[in-house]
Write a protein that binds this ligand. Sequence first.
Ligand SMILES: Cc1cc2nc3c(=O)[nH]c(=O)nc-3n(C[C@H](O)[C@H](O)[C@H](O)COP(=O)(O)OP(=O)(O)OC[C@H]3O[C@@H](n4cnc5c(N)ncnc54)[C@H](O)[C@@H]3O)c2cc1C
Ligand SMILES: C[S@@+](CC[C@H](N)C(=O)[O-])C[C@H]1O[C@@H](n2cnc3c(N)ncnc32)[C@H](O)[C@@H]1O
Length: 607
Amino acid sequence: MLHWKDGQPFSDRYGDVYFSTDSGVEETRHVFLRGNRLADRFAALKVGENFCIGETGFGTGLNFLCALQLFEQSAPPGASLDFFSVEKFPLSDEELRAAWALWPELNEQTKTLLARWHRRVPGWNRWNFAGGRVRLTLAVADVDEALPQLPAGCVDAWFLDGFSPARNPEMWSDAVLSNMARASCAGATFATYTSAGWVRRGLQQAGFAVERVRGFGRKREMLRGGLQGVKLVGTAPSSALVIGAGLAGCAAAHALARRGIPVTLVDRAPILASAASGNPRGILHARFGAGMVPLHRFVLAAYGHALALLDEVLPVDGVMRAECGLLQLATPGIEAQRIAKLATLEWPPHLLQVVDMAKASELAGLPMAHGGLWFPAGGWVVPPQVCARLVQHPLVTQRLGCEVTVLERTASGWRASGEGFSIEAGQVVVCCGHQARAMSQFSGFPLQAVRGQISELPSTAASEAMRAVVCAEGYCAPAAAGRHVAGATTTFDDEAVDVREADHEANILKLAAHMPGLNQALGSLDAARLTGRAGVRCSVPGATPLVGEVEQGLYCSLAHGTRGLITAGIAGEVIAAAMCGQLAPLPQNLLDALSPKRLRRNALDEE
Ligand SMILES: Cc1cc2nc3c(=O)[nH]c(=O)nc-3n(C[C@H](O)[C@H](O)[C@H](O)COP(=O)(O)OP(=O)(O)OC[C@H]3O[C@@H](n4cnc5c(N)ncnc54)[C@H](O)[C@@H]3O)c2cc1C
Ligand SMILES: C[S@@+](CC[C@H](N)C(=O)[O-])C[C@H]1O[C@@H](n2cnc3c(N)ncnc32)[C@H](O)[C@@H]1O
């Protein structure tokens, strides 16, 4: 796909170079950074203000790396940068490393990008840089699929960097250019290395004023220009209130605080993560099908995001988080069919591999009865630790032991009150799981309470050989501190959290059915003597979480069901971006699928 020609990366697919053979870095600075006057525009940003760059063609990431470096050098603290890019054929780690070796001055930036690159999934990816001041949204997709999913008016400056228009015309089509114009704000600019006449005319037709200026190196001319008008600068909220301090609430508080917004985090319990998010261990498991319905595309994006977010707040240490890999067994029937369909698609090996029974047994460390899917980055975490780390931020104030009994509108925003307290804020995020139903604004939401119980199983010398999380009907995590965690039961409309012997038996039975090797290694287990924990998940019919604005200034992150460990993080990011008027981490069609407003749409459809 890529080979080296005269010491520079060259694309076999397109028969073109990735950047100037004179100097890639200097070309980027001349064409894209100076072509869009970025040093001055970054320096002029105010605290709380955001700038958004859109790029066609991520390639080696050189343009992103240079923009990141310039932003860190010239923007005032408190300003932030969104960088959106699209790439249909992402390069491998080795290819990137080889390209980046050309620019030692960007070492600091490339180190972080490489770490994030390991978390890459097909579709949209959202990664933080520079302590969260810079956010990269990378759509691993075709440009024609990705650009229409950008909201109107969000981009301040464009880097048009497809391969040469003659070799890569689809990156310069009228559809691309008109989508680019639609996604631009008033006064947006663009720059590109090409001066091809038909690209110039296409840009003019899309509404851009275009000028030809001196190109880089041997290129006589390049194009730059922009749209008329002056961008209306929005204001970020001055404060926010988050109700519920489980995974969803802590993730929302984290995403808001990172944007410089003071957050009050309220929970009825005296500690963080007291409810569904309080299990001793939970697994990072992305379940999706080949059909890639919206829920599955969301799960995939959420998984990549969760891994990268955890890398920032809770790095792998083997105690609070383990990246031991996760094996999903192809149990006969529907599961084997789902996996067989997934196996027909191409997946990056760092995300997903299809393995036979022998390989599955080797990876798990114990004999397995089936092959299946191997997720090398899967593993387990201690959920209350995730919560604690997420809210370890000076802008997050915890008000624990405060049960909100009334949530009401005020002239300037919202008031949440309960016994002995009343808190006002411009914006509120409700993250109370199924208990949100007690608030009048959510009483009509179809939230379901789904009880679940995990069982802690004492490890044996034989079971300590288990190396990876294994999922079949139930799941089991490798031993840590002498215990495996196995789960979980599912009981609808049951809100009791007592630990039940019958539920332990159900968990053991599920392991015995599909993991006979583990079952044997564990020896005989007495359900009456096991420990465990029960909690109540919040779900909705269809299982797609409810994330976004409910009404003006009121947001929710609810119904994370069985996968809150992977979905809560990106949900927090969706909400914080929406509140601040910034680029969302997900395409518009997924935002629509998650939006609580879908309930109203569905109700109207049913009338
Ligand atoms: C047994 C079991 C096993 C699971 N295993 C996994 C797993 O392995 N991997 C995975 O990804 N997911 C797993 N899950 C799901 C995951 O735990 C949930 O999706 C996640 O915890 C939901 O987080 P949340 O913040 O939405 O809800 P919760 O953690 O329930 O938080 C809601 C919070 O709101 C507070 N609250 C409610 N009402 C009020 C009020 N009026 N005022 C103030 N505070 C209020 C509550 O006290 C609570 O702290 C499991 C769940 C269970 C039950
Ligand atoms: C010139 S390179 C980009 C160079 C890049 N900006 C850099 O800094 O290295 C063009 C990129 O566009 C990608 N591309 C080409 N056609 C595409 C399409 N239809 N959709 C998305 N990406 C595409 C190519 O794979 C290639 O990586």
